[in-house]
Design a binder for this molecule. Sequence first.
Ligand SMILES: Nc1ncnc2c1ncn2[C@@H]1O[C@H](COP(=O)(O)OP(=O)(O)OP(=O)(O)O)[C@@H](O)[C@H]1O
Length: 286
Amino acid sequence: MLTLSHIRKDYGKFTAVEDINLELENGLYAMLAPNGAGKTTLIKMITTLLYPTSGEILYDGMDIYKMGETYRDVIGYLPQHFGYYKNNTPTQYLDYLAALKGISKEAAKEKIPELLELVGLSDVSNKKMKKFSGGMIQRVGIAQAMLNDPKILVLDEPTAGLDPKERVRFRNILSVLSKDRIVILSTHIVSDIESIANHVIMIKEKHLLKNDTVPNICKELEGKVFEKSINESEIQEFEQKRIILSMRQESEKMMVRYYSEEEDNNARPCTPNLEDVFLVTYREEK
Ligand SMILES: Nc1ncnc2c1ncn2[C@@H]1O[C@H](COP(=O)(O)OP(=O)(O)OP(=O)(O)O)[C@@H](O)[C@H]1O
């Protein structure tokens, strides 16, 4: 189990996150918040790249900063931007990283084809990466983070720049990997995690706002999300008392999905989804 206890991080006089308390067990945890909320800061602390200003992070009861190599053996990390040599093939690149991570040649020889199979890159294992799509590169990134078969896999905004098909593929891989390890993923893209996250962690105003399952988080908006058809000219006035979540043109009118504390007999109640929660939660933020 990974435990974050009263974590705070200051950058000089600026506090990025404060009093974060979390207990993580096997499964997929999605850290969902707009850019700048502190996701990368938290991830860097979990991967020991940054020290908290105060508070502690424990893995199975041990302070991760005191565990040294032992902790690095249980963690796999895919940073937001990771470096690779374009002229390398995935096999060469993984071989090189395996050596850096102190994995024996024999073990790497066995492990690398397995990982490339897992991420669906077996058929291009000896092709240079310079011709790879963004999704293929990210899959090489997952493979490198999995080289040491980590008990904690951390991915910072791994789906940025992927096309819809690549996103689905990525989601499926993560779903499999989170069965027997802690997977922590940061994102500001709701659709990437709605169907696969066991838990959603939301940060707002430097604090932990929510850490719950998708259904529980969505329940909070029950009875407050509606759909209604209105004239385009009415939108401005409509918006003053409600939060518009989405709109689409339907014949001459606009079908508006919105959040409101008050019921409206002429509107159709909707089942709230995670996107609704995200938009309502971060409505003041750009
Ligand atoms: N080294 C630093 N020095 C000063 N301020 C920083 C530093 N790193 C991050 N910050 C600030 O801390 C806050 C949180 O940043 P962080 O990168 O953790 O957010 P994020 O949610 O990961 O956003 P993004 O997805 O854009 O990286 C931001 O306001 C950012 O400007």
